[in-house]
Write a protein that binds this ligand. Sequence first.
Ligand code: NAP
Length: 247
Amino acid sequence: MSGTVIITGAAQGIGAAIAEKLAKNGMNIAINCINEAQVESNGNQLAQKLRGYGVEAECFIADVSDFEQCRIMVDAVKERFGTIDGLVNNAGITRDGLLVRMSEEAYDSVIAVNQKSVYNMMKLVSAIMIKQRSGKIVSLSSVAGVHGNPGQFNYSASKAAIIGMTKSAAKELGSRGINVNAVAPGFIETPMTDKLTEDQKQAILSAVAMKRYGKAEEVANVVAFLMSDEASYVTGQVIEISGGLSM
Ligand code: NAP
């Protein structure tokens, strides 16, 4: 697929791997970073690397939980690249803890970043795609959203919501030539999962059929397929990328 894709939370981890894969496939990349510090620590270096694949790449700052910041970013990307052909809703956070101890703030912040951001970005970008009568949207759900996970009440809620949003948007936007899908990774080695204790990591691994953690590149490969013309008749689907966890 050619054109331009916005990837939220793309400075590191799975988002950066998706950016690299899609750049190798010839897409221009709008790298969303949460703030200037992230642009300086990771974003600029990633953009430079992506340009090495012969595409255009630039960082755009927005806290994607904030609708107005998303609106300004989407306008800036459209202005800079002319079209927006793809959206990857990747930004996400965890604030894990048992339900009885979970603060309202921990619940609300995860819902705002993981779930509201998908409303913000899908609403703004789909309006552009409807006019173009084409586009691909892929959002990062999680196996926690499909099967639940103890200690992740807030995270599981946000990731389950993404599945409902994906299916509803696929039904609304299918006739306009827009594909909307989600991926549900299991345990992928990234800065997010580095935070887990060794005991938690071993417990997860014992339930994975392939007996290893996933790599960010393995998620990026599936996202790239869904963003490609090869997946032109796939919409409203949730593909698990978990090495056989939770079958
Ligand atoms: P990560 O390494 O923590 O990367 C997430 C990125 O999103 C970070 O750069 C983060 O910035 C950014 N971000 C957070 N809040 C944001 C906001 N409000 N606006 C803009 N950017 C924001 O996580 P990851 O492991 O690559 O995960 C990427 C996605 O995959 C997430 O949606 C996650 O839930 C999902 N996922 C991951 C796994 C896994 O095992 N790793 C499994 C299933 C699903 P800061 O660093 O400043 O917070």
